[in-house]
Design a protein around this ligand. Structure first.
Ligand code: C5P
Length: 145
């Protein structure tokens, strides 16, 4: 079971994890291990909201399950679908900026590797197509002069 986003889509949450919320220089990318169609692609980490769960609670839970860290959440990055980002036809995702407040991210679940990307290397990984407009919006928010 999952929670619903606009248009009856399945609700997903994700964090753009930064080295610092005030003066960020790097963003964490994560390479998916499944499902086969998405495996090998890079994403910002997160996952599905459980039924009855608040999206922000889901964000803290998913990041702890997947990366083993606690986070401090900053601003949201609104998408075009009532603030949500469409992921294909079936999913929609809420995205927040965040910072690791406790621990060092490890690929514990769902990812084969993690990579901190400096601004100049933001496009050096093969982002999942649905994540690309999100990354462009994040980069514009963080790094447009
Ligand atoms: O991680 P999880 O499998 O729970 O995410 C649900 C779906 O959300 C994935 O199948 C994938 O299509 C999508 N997703 C995505 N980009 C992310 C996180 C999830 O496209 N950053």
């Amino acid at each position: 079971m999952a929670s619903l986003a606009p248009g009856g889509r399945i609700a997903v949450v994700a964090a753009a994890l930064l080295d610092d919320l005030t003066a960020p220089t790097q963003l964490l990318s994560a390479q998916r291990t499944e499902p086969p169609l998405l495996a090998g692609g890079w994403e910002i980490p997160g996952g599905k909201v459980d039924p009855g769960e608040e999206p922000l609670d889901a964000l803290h839970r998913e990041i702890h399950e997947e990366l083993g860290v606690r986070i401090e959440v900053g601003d949201g990055i609104p998408g075009p679908l009532d603030g949500w980002w469409p992921l294909g036809e079936r999913y929609a995702m809420l995205v927040w900026l965040a910072r690791v407040s406790d621990g060092i991210p490890q690929p514990l679940e769902g990812h084969s590797q993690l990579r901190w990307l400096p601004e100049h290397a933001l496009w050096s990984v093969d982002w999942l197509p649905a994540n690309r407009p999100i990354l462009a919006a994040i980069a514009a928010t963080l790094w447009t002069p």
